[in-house]
Ligand binder design. Structure first.
Ligand code: PMP
Length: 290
């Protein structure tokens, strides 16, 4: 496997970074998870825009232009001869000393990994997921804004550990006031009386690329959409529930906190959105040839 590391494609055995890299020492950096479908990098422009916005929010200057960064992603896919892939693009503050001061880091470390995609088991898409709400609260935006896709994912990992301990694959995280934010690695949606609801970005969530795509699809389908404040009450009373993310795409949820959502089956509007989303993955993005 070839890794794009600081401008060169190197074998994964030789893709090494310093133990003094602040990405490792402090989680000081940003990243993206991107996907390619049959030689189409899905929503690459949107992912690159979000990456640069995350970097800007932590005062991290990226040496490459957006165009150069997109080319690096495509070069990594091509050199690994991957038609369908999961791409991890990481930018750290770079090698520094043992202090926090980012000014002592010489230059950002940039690397891109393109690998086969690890998916949720297919039966989850047919039968739906069971999830729980967990005690760990999502980071408050005033401390570390979840809109920044930073290398500091410990908040999400603590939520994930609680989900795993409860015997389920995903967890809903609430904010300090008990409002629903998102799951540990996915955004959350409900449908009630033919209106699609999802938490507003202001509550403290990552503004998912899949989330935006689904809001757009729903409008085109004639569904009303609302980005708002949601509580567990709203989730328990939903007609349908699903999660969205680059890896998961759209995955139905049928049970939360041991309670069935509606009748506990995967419902028609969710299935229709899944179908429509498949269409987007064939058309929206940057194409490359192997
Ligand atoms: N929320 C969090 C915390 C995430 O890490 C992710 C990405 N895995 C998402 C939401 C979904 O975002 P996207 O649709 O851009 O993958």
């Amino acid at each position: 496997m070839l890794i794009w590391l600081n401008g060169k494609l190197v074998d994964s055995k030789n893709a090494k970074i310093s133990v003094f890299d602040h990405g490792l020492l402090y989680g000081d950096g940003v990243f993206e998870g991107i996907r390619s479908y049959n030689c189409l990098v899905f929503k690459l422009d949107e992912h690159i825009d979000r990456l640069y916005a995350s970097a800007q929010a932590i005062s991290l200057k990226i040496s490459l232009t957006k165009q150069e960064m997109k080319k690096a992603v495509v070069d990594t896919l091509k050199s690994n001869k991957l038609k369908d892939a999961y791409i991890r693009l990481v930018i750290t503050r770079g090698e520094g000393d043992l202090g926090l001061d980012p000014r002592n880091c010489s230059k950002p470390t940039i690397f891109i990994i393109a690998d086969k995609i690890a998916l949720y088991p297919q039966e989850f898409y047919k039968k739906g997921l069971t999830i729980v709400t967990v005690p760990t609260r999502r980071n408050i935006p005033e401390a570390l804004n979840p809109q920044i896709k930073s290398l500091n994912y410990l908040n999400n990992i603590l939520g994930k550990i609680e989900a795993i301990n409860a015997g389920v694959p995903e967890a809903v995280m609430l904010d300090q006031n008990g409002y629903v934010t998102e799951c540990t690695g996915d955004n959350i949606f409900i449908i009630k009386d033919k209106v699609l609801f999802t938490p507003h970005v202001c509550v403290g969530i990552l503004n998912g690329i899949t989330r935006c795509a689904v809001l757009g699809l729903a409008s085109k389908m004639g569904l009303k959409t609302s980005e708002c404040m949601l509580t567990r009450f709203d989730l328990f009373n939903a007609d349908e529930m699903f999660l969205t993310g680059t890896a998961a795409e759209i995955i139905p949820v049928v049970k939360m906190d041991s309670r069935l959502i509606a009748d506990g089956s995967v419902r028609p509007l969710t299935l229709k959105l899944i179908e429509k989303f498949k269409g987007l993955t064939k058309t929206q993005g940057v194409r490359y040839a192997l």
